[in-house]
Each structure stands twice: as structure tokens, then as C-alpha cells.
Design a protein around this ligand. Structure first.
Ligand SMILES: Nc1ncnc2c1ncn2[C@@H]1O[C@H](COP(=O)(O)OP(=O)(O)OP(=O)(O)O)[C@@H](O)[C@H]1O
Length: 242
């Protein structure tokens, strides 16, 4: 089973602080995502969604438990190997977009490919394709400060999807977007998964979770429910919160 997973979390705990101020952000979370699957994570504020995403992306290490990505146990990887795995195989869209201000949109998007040794011409062509998918290829040569919040978000999404990423991690990726653009972004993420990638999408909105194959519901750092019926996450929300 494990070999066919893009991402596996096994009994993952993440504790912040100690003594009286200890916070158990994740308490024994186990989950797997297979190629082609888009999994949504929902739950109340403070339930551990961002921590889950950070741990799943190797940006934060679990206090105990295992995180395995494409067969690699992250705890056993060198820093350099983990950096390479992230650059080559993973895409991130976080609330903090992290676009580099001194690079144009297309340069931001092609950067991970160029860092990975892909020639500039090929990297830029792939970046232009990715910008086209999110509808801003005409703004390719603008610097982030000359893009609106929504356009910056789309550039960040293009950067997460460019190339052949196996795992895309997205934390509220549609936050600054109008609903039409937001839907287009989710459709792009869905297509990426239909083409074999795996996606983990944190969202508060059930209509966004409806793009996923499964919804995982977190509460106080524990998966309290998981459903294959992503079309009706409202029912899940209602059941857990009442
Ligand atoms: N660096 C940290 N130090 C201490 N506590 C932390 C830290 N990061 C997260 N926490 C705590 O861990 C718990 C889970 O936080 P997390 O941000 O993962 O929740 P969330 O579900 O993403 O919340 P939101 O929906 O508000 O973004 C919270 O109680 C939070 O206060």
C-alpha cells in the first residue's frame, strides 16, 4: 500500500511548547494520498490544518510519527535531499505567497525548474503554460508589486503547478480571488490531480472541498471523520459541529 502512495503520514504528532503551555497541534494523524487523488482538509480554526500541511510538506518536522513522500521517509533524508525533493516533486501554495519581488511573474514561476537544472528556455516555456492555465499569461513580465492580490495568488499557484509536480499542497489557495477565478484555480488543481498528481487542499469552504475526492475533517489535532462523499461536505460539517 505504502509504495503506491505519494504521501503517507503514520501516527504523526506535533507538539508546540512544553509544560502548562503545551499545544498538541496534531495527535496521532495517519493518512495516505494516492496518485490522482485530491484530498481536502477541513476543520475549525486551530484544529491543526496548517500544521498538517507544513508537516506533510517537510516544512515542519513531527514530534513523533513518520512522514513518507514518494517512498522517502523525511526523517532519514539529508537537508539537501529534502530540498531537492521539495523543489522537484512538490508544489506549495500557502497564505503567505512568497513571490520574489525582484523577479517577474514568469521568472518566479520558472525559478524552481531552473534551480533544478532545467534550461531557461524550456523552463520559461513551462512557466508560460502554467501562467496560461491560471489566466495571467499576459502579465508574465510584471513584477509582483504591479499585480493585484488575486493576480499574485494566481502566479503563486502557477509556480506550485509548473513542471511535473507529484504532490501539491495548498492552504486556502483561493483566499484573495473572486469566485470565478477561485473556481478556475481549483479546476486547474483538479486537472493536475486527474493527470496523476496528488493534492492536499486546506479549505474552509465546502464548495471548494467538493472538488476533492475525499474530505478529512480535523478537530483538536485529530482526524474525526473522513468521507469519500466529497459532494456533500456540508453534511459532515453539520454532523461534527452540532
Ligand atoms: N509555532 C507554534 N507555536 C505554538 N503553537 C502553535 C504554533 N503553530 C501552531 N500552534 C497551535 O497549534 C494549533 C493548531 O494550529 P494550526 O495553525 O495548525 O490550526 P489551523 O486549523 O490551521 O487554524 P486556522 O484555520 O486558524 O489557520 C493551534 O492551537 C495553534 O495555536
Amino acid at each position: 500500500m505504502t509504495d503506491s502512495c505519494t504521501l503517507m503520514l503514520d501516527a504523526v504528532e506535533r507538539t508546540h511548547g512544553s509544560g502548562e503551555t503545551v499545544v498538541h497541534a496534531l495527535r496521532g494523524v495517519s493518512m495516505q494520498i494516492r496518485p490522482g487523488e485530491l484530498v481536502a482538509v477541513m476543520g475549525p480554526s486551530g484544529s491543526g490544518k496548517s500544521t498538517l500541511l507544513n508537516v506533510a510538506g517537510g516544512l515542519d518536522a513531527p514530534t513523533s510519527g513518520r512522514v513518507v513522500i514518494l517512498g522517502n521517509d523525511l526523517a532519514r533524508m539529508s537537508r539537501a535531499a529534502l530540498d531537492q525533493l521539495r523543489r522537484r516533486s512538490m508544489g506549495f501554495v500557502f497564505q503567505d505567497l512568497n513571490l520574489i519581488p525582484s523577479l517577474t511573474a514568469i521568472e518566479n514561476v520558472s525559478l524552481p525548474l531552473e534551480l533544478d537544472g532545467i534550461g531557461q528556455r524550456k523552463a520559461r516555456a513551462a512557466a508560460r503554460d502554467a501562467l496560461e492555465k491560471v489566466g495571467i499569461s499576459d502579465l508574465a513580465d510584471r513584477f509582483p508589486e504591479h499585480l493585484s492580490g488575486g493576480q499574485q495568488q494566481r502566479a503563486a499557484i502557477a509556480r506550485a503547478l509548473v513542471g511535473e509536480r507529484s504532490l501539491v499542497l495548498a492552504d486556502e489557495p483561493t483566499g484573495a480571488l473572486d469566485s470565478t477565478t477561485g473556481e478556475a484555480v481549483l479546476r486547474t488543481l483538479r486537472e493536475q490531480c486527474d493527470n496523476g498528481a496528488s493534492g492536499l487542499l486546506v479549505t474552509h469552504e465546502s464548495r471548494h472541498a467538493a472538488w476533492a475526492d475525499r474530505v478529512i475533517f480535523l478537530r483538536d489535532g485529530v482526524i474525526v471523520d473522513s468521507t469519500g462523499d466529497a459532494a456533500t461536505p456540508e453534511s459532515l460539517l453539520t454532523r461534527v459541529t452540532t
